[in-house]
Design a protein around this ligand. Sequence first.
Ligand SMILES: NC(=O)c1ccc[n+]([C@@H]2O[C@H](COP(=O)([O-])OP(=O)(O)OC[C@H]3O[C@@H](n4cnc5c(N)ncnc54)[C@H](O)[C@@H]3O)[C@@H](O)[C@H]2O)c1
Ligand SMILES: [Fe+2]
Length: 382
Amino acid sequence: MQTFEMRTAIHFGENSLNRLKEIPYKRVLIITDPYVVESNMIDLITEPLKKGGKEYDLFFDVVPDAPIDKIAAGVRKFLEYQPEAVVAVGGGSAIDSSKAIREFALKINPYAEVSLIAVPTTSGTGSEVTSFAVVNDIYNHVKYPLVSDRLTAEEAILDAELVRSVPPAVTADTGMDVFTHAVESYVSTAHNEFSAALAEKSIEICGVFLLRAYLDGNDMHARQKMHVASCLAGLSFNTAGLGITHSMAHQLGAVFHIPHGRANAMLLPHIVEYNSGIDKYSKSQKEYPPAVKRYSNIAHVLGLSNYNKVMSVHSLVNWIQFMQKEMGIPMTIREMRTIAPEDYFGAVDRMAEAALNDACTATNPKTPTKQDIMRIYTRLWE
Ligand SMILES: NC(=O)c1ccc[n+]([C@@H]2O[C@H](COP(=O)([O-])OP(=O)(O)OC[C@H]3O[C@@H](n4cnc5c(N)ncnc54)[C@H](O)[C@@H]3O)[C@@H](O)[C@H]2O)c1
Ligand SMILES: [Fe+2]
């Protein structure tokens, strides 16, 4: 038996922030990052709350990648204020921090059921609908995905107006995170027809609108489409899981602070080649691993050539690399010029060990060895 469940009510489209007037809670804790407050974007959240007669307080000390010391500070704030609901406003870091803060605070003092309303300001993680929260153990330099249904937000609000200010580099990184979620969940060993349908739609939207949103951040049609694509991909991987692109990207984020989506984009062509067993030297074969058919379907959804399986996988790899070049995402770690080779190669063994044990590895279509992962990290340098 398989079960497909969607736990989050999704409000989307123009004026969807008006939902905040109607939420059935009086006392609200807003958790967000400093940018949202400094840019006055917070007014778009507090205005409808005020109109709806809500009381609110603010915790705006969230920083990228949800480090555990900031989560601890958020837990203290939560327990002092004792909200009826949390409104999480920001990118994946703010939403993941909010999930962890609610979870840990209610473990310490389970004074009531507290709802979580997630309001993403990036089109990236899909965290507004997932039961994942990635937290960053800054002391051991490891990122852990926490996984529990209790983390899932009760409501999500997708208003693309909040994404308008996202700078091009963040649009590129977060957009490639969306695409990687959709691809990894589509080829995952736990995929099903529901998750695949959501992933396909997300891939189709990325193919048409990601570059448009990158080139013109005020293209609100493209922004709205990518905001929905992000959520669709989140719904997809929430049931189907992800793969080793994410397992390996988590380590690059924890050790070298490479933005999550950028790390995914850089790794993805290598992982497609690894999982499919097809690289630029491959010839047609009589039989292929099951992932090859699925990667070919993805190439088809993107409108790329589908002459035969080897060409389809090549065209998918080429498309990802084309997007990297168009959007200024480096192809190799060396090209970034921010990481010394001795630091990088000194960390490969440790990162490979952690990636192997990452929760996302279990659903990768091919079971990797530590050596496989070390080889991919090594290739990523070049
Ligand atoms: N929970 C999940 O299911 C899941 C899935 C994938 C990734 N993640 C995690 O999410 C985190 C990454 O989240 P992210 O990619 O959304 O980035 P982020 O939340 O770290 O934000 C990136 C940067 O963009 C800025 N920003 C956010 N919204 C903005 C806006 N509207 N205008 C201008 N600047 C804005 C932030 O201040 C920050 O500096 C990572 O820790 C990653 O591991 C979680
Ligand atoms: Fe991701």
